[in-house]
Design a protein around this ligand. Structure first.
Ligand SMILES: [Zn+2]
Length: 310
């Protein structure tokens, strides 16, 4: 695009050469109009990359790459060569770290912590369900075994009573009593073991419950911190164009940084804010498509007006 434009100017200069010889004043006027001195967009707006604070997780090369993506959005959709990166250009795009990014990092960290706590809470809930299911099952078996034991114990006591009342010589009855006694002992041991297992399970379950309480109270504390600090929503300038440079202050991801750059670069062309919430030049990050940024009709019209494109 850039090349084509230059050729275009040269061709016109040659075309007017003959006129220059005849009428210098007229030519000077013509040249001035064609090269568009003082007009925005007549030649690509040159920018360089200035300060890139190392506290951002992005270096100058990457920052330039994002700026060039932003440039492309304006150029591809307008079909004009609007910007040009020139390392020695006076106009700089800077990435400046201040409390905006610091707060945004802190908010990210809190969100991350909340997610971790939530995951840990889900894990505990799963463990609790499995433990308490197991507990209920063992408890039901224990209760049924206790009932069996009590029934058998009652029978045994009755048989003992009968035995004591008898002349105590019947060997079969004696054998039966011995057998019943052994069964009762075995059952008592079994019950004892079940009781131990149940108590271990109860211990684990209760430990889990107290863990859950800790996680929940930490989660709630973090939520209230988050709400206090960021709950009201923060409105701040992520970027500023001041006529001499563009300063960027905050972003979460490349797409977000690119969107702010597209917006500020729009200002550098002389475009002001527009009403459409989908417009790049809307004053807030709103309904614009972060992942595949598009100029709205209003953006394009504003560009045409400012650049005096037909
Ligand atoms: Zn703006």
């Amino acid at each position: 695009m850039k090349k084509f434009f230059q050729y275009f100017i040269i061709i016109l200069l040659f075309a007017f050469w003959g006129i220059i010889l005849q009428n210098k004043t007229a030519v000077r006027g013509t040249v001035q109009e064609i090269t568009g001195l003082g007009l925005p967009c007549a030649k690509p707006f040159e920018y360089s990359i200035g300060a890139v604070d190392s506290r951002f997780e992005i270096d100058s090369a990457k920052f330039l790459a994002v700026a060039q993506e932003a440039e492309k959005i304006w150029e591809d959709q307008s079909g004009k060569d609007l910007f040009a990166y020139n390392p020695s250009a006076e106009f700089k795009i800077n990435l400046i770290f201040d409390e905006r990014q610091a707060q945004s990092n802190e908010a990210d960290k809190l969100e991350e912590d909340l997610q971790k706590l939530e995951a840990s809470h889900n894990k505990i809930t799963g463990q609790y369900e499995s433990l308490s299911g197991n507990y209920a099952q063992k408890m039901a078996r224990y209760n049924s075994d206790v009932a069996t034991y009590e029934k058998k114990l009652k029978n045994y006591d009755e048989d003992v009573e009968d035995w004591n009342k008898s002349d105590r010589t019947d060997e079969d009855d004696y054998e039966k009593l011995q057998k019943e006694k052994k069964e009762l002992n075995d059952l008592r041991k079994k019950l004892e073991q079940e009781r131990t297992e149940i108590n271990q399970l109860a211990g684990k379950t209760n430990k889990l419950v107290s863990q859950e309480n800790n996680v929940v109270s930490e989660y709630n504390a973090n939520v209230s911190t988050y709400k206090n600090k960021y709950g009201g929503g923060r409105e701040f300038e992520k970027g500023v164009y001041d006529g001499k440079e563009i300063n960027l202050y905050q972003f979460k991801e490349d797409a977000d940084l690119r969107m702010t750059l597209i917006h500020e670069m729009g200002h550098s062309l002389g475009i002001g804010h527009l009403e459409n919430t989908q417009s790049i030049m809307y004053y807030l990050l709103s309904e614009q498509d972060l992942n595949s940024p598009k100029l709205s009709e209003e953006d394009l019209n504003a560009l045409k007006t400012v650049c005096k494109f037909k």
